[in-house]
Write a protein that binds this ligand. Structure first.
Ligand code: TXA
Ligand code: MG
Length: 331
């Protein structure tokens, strides 16, 4: 199969709708990462996503809809706090999990009685979703467990020959996946940190919980138990107070002929006397945008990425830390 990358225009939208209506899959841009989409009402189409990615069969998918799409046919109950949060943050990088109706096919939620719904804010994503006028089930458009894609080229690197079309909307402006929020209980509970932070949610509805995954316990969001986002090279992880250890590791690599790069923010980079730096930048937003970009750059340039965590680890950095640890720390 030839994989085409096309800019989002009338021609490619028409083509994407045709593919989706025929039960195929299309990669499309969002403000967070690129998604690999199929018709959420077609079980056979949704199953293709799992086989193309090599995704574990128990990890459910997010359903994407355009701004004015009526989700009342998909979900059974939307609590008041969720309505307030939607007013504040939707469209945007917030995925909300509700009790589902049976309209969506079983492969989407992998047998759970809930459905994760997201309305992406990126204009090109809105255009695609509006044009196809269907709920689109989509995970990130990477091979399972690899680094999520933030450009059309990244998608092509992972899925070339496996999908017919990548809609190219340029580089994603958010950089890490959406916040996943369980909206089935008394208060919202964060299942995955992202660009809509706990503090932002609390500022609207007062209370917000955070799920902690413990080995052996029932998982509320199956995706949490898998290692993810891993670059195809060696990795090492150091916290922000372990700069000396990171330096030692870098020196060790050098003396044993291993081509290593340091992945860190601009502040931390000052401590390293080398130009082999994958610099994530300074502001929280910048660091999030650069994270997957630099991990993908790093796996091409080097045999070993030595990641050093940023000092700040709350807010958007909570989401960044979660990805950085899963990508670079051998758990
Ligand atoms: O920003 C994003 O969320 C991107 C773009 C493409 O929208 N998508 C994305 O999808 O990151 P994926 O499949 O890589 O991650 C979806 C996460 C997983 O951790 C999964 O377990 C969780 O959402 N999830 C999906 N449906 C769920 C449900 N019904 N209940 C709990 N967690 C759910
Ligand atoms: Mg993913």
């Amino acid at each position: 199969m030839i994989t085409e990358i096309l800019p989002v225009d009338d021609f490619s939208l028409e083509l994407s709708a045709k593919i989706i209506n025929q039960g195929g899959v299309v990669a499309f841009p969002t403000e967070t990462v690129y998604g690999l989409g199929a018709n959420a009402l077609n079980n056979v189409a949704v199953k293709k996503i799992f086989s193309i990615k090599g995704r574990p069969a128990d990890n459910p998918l997010i359903v994407h809809v355009y701004r004015d799409y009526d989700i009342s046919s998909l979900v059974s109950f939307i609590p008041d706090y969720a309505k307030k949060l939607a007013q504040a943050f939707v469209p945007g990088p917030l995925t909300m999990v509700y009790k589902s109706k049976s309209a969506v096919c079983p492969a989407v939620s992998c047998g759970l009685d809930t459905l994760a719904v997201r309305v992406p804010s990126m204009t090109t994503a809105q255009k695609f979703l509006k044009y196809v006028n269907l709920p689109i089930a989509a995970p990130s458009a990477n091979i399972s467990k690899h680094v999520s894609p933030v450009t059309a080229e990244h998608v092509k690197n992972d899925l070339n020959g496996k999908i017919p079309l990548i809609l190219d909307g340029g580089q994603c402006t958010g950089g890490i996946e959406s916040t996943v929020l369980d909206c089935t209980g008394e208060i919202p509970v964060i299942l995955r940190n992202g660009l809509v932070t706990k503090q932002m949610i609390e500022s609207i509805v007062g209370e917000c919980g955070e799920a902690v995954f413990k080995e052996g316990e029932a998982v509320r969001s199956p995706g949490m138990k898998y290692n993810h986002y891993s670059p195809n090279c060696g990795t090492a992880f150091f916290n922000c107070d372990e700069i000396e250890k990171a330096k030692l590791k870098f020196a060790e690599c050098k003396s044993s002929g291993v081509n290593a790069y340091i992945l860190c923010d601009a502040d931390t980079a000052k401590y390293f006397d080398t130009d082999k730096i994958l610099n994530l930048g300074s502001s929280e937003e910048e660091i999030a945008v650069n994270l997957y970009l630099k991990l993908r750059e790093g796996e091409k340039l080097s045999q070993m990425i030595i990641a050093v965590a940023p000092k700040k680890q709350s807010g958007i950095m909570a989401g960044v830390m979660n990805r950085l640890i899963k990508a670079c720390k051998k758990l």
